[in-house]
Design a protein around this ligand. Structure first.
Ligand code: GTP
Ligand code: MG
Length: 177
């Protein structure tokens, strides 16, 4: 079955977005403490596809060796998974472009893994901040990428982006089948 994985820096809102997409508050564990998701969690959706919650990257408070372990597991998963249709990379819309996000995208590019961007927590910023931060992020990407991937704007409390993301998933499953 096709798999769609969700990833981003720790605390970016992955688990919240997954719960919002599934309309299931307690499916993926959320927390104000970064580093909550430590396993690769698969959720089967409508007997058609798997939604995959990946542990966050760039969480400074775990030991170096733990972090190395996470990275190894993560890139092993990303590299070996033939049914991984797309990775949704979550980016916090409240902050300017971050080096570790750009590095992660570069690694996805090297591995030729299709991805999209989801700007999260859009309910927490003003329209101006949102457009400044997302524009800066896209400009930063265009320094090393020829074109931009599909970009979504999301908020877990308001469910912004839900339909667009689910439509994208449905469309890409159909294209393949
Ligand atoms: P780890 O698994 O620890 O890497 O974190 P995560 O990326 O899964 O983040 P999680 O969904 O646990 O959310 C972290 C915090 O941000 C929680 O306090 C959430 O309630 C909050 N949060 C997540 N998404 C949103 C959003 O769209 N809007 C607002 N206002 N808060 C959000
Ligand atoms: Mg999580």
């Amino acid at each position: 079955m096709p798999e769609y994985a969700f990833i981003g820096r720790s605390n970016v809102g992955k688990s919240s977005l997954i719960n919002m997409l599934c309309l299931h508050g307690g499916l993926a564990k959320t927390s104000a403490t970064p580093g909550k998701t430590r396993l690769i969690n698969h959720y089967k959706i409508n007997e058609t596809w798997y939604l995959v919650d990946l542990p966050g990257y760039g969480y400074a408070k775990v030991s170096k060796s733990r972090r190395k372990d996470f990275d190894k597991t993560l890139f092993h998963y990303l590299g070996k998974r033939e049914n991984l249709y797309c990775v949704f990379v979550l980016i916090d819309s409240r902050i300017p472009p971050q080096a570790n996000d750009m590095e992660f995208l570069a690694r996805l590019g090297e591995m030729q893994i299709p991805f999209t961007i989801v700007f999260t927590k859009t309910d927490k910023v003003t329209q101006k901040q949102l457009s400044d931060h997302t524009r800066a992020f896209k400009n930063e990407m265009l320094n090393s990428w020829e074109e931009l991937p599909p970009c979504f704007y999301a908020s877990s409390p308001t469910r912004l982006g839900r339909e667009e993301i689910l439509e994208f998933i449905e469309k890409t499953i159909k294209q393949d089948g």
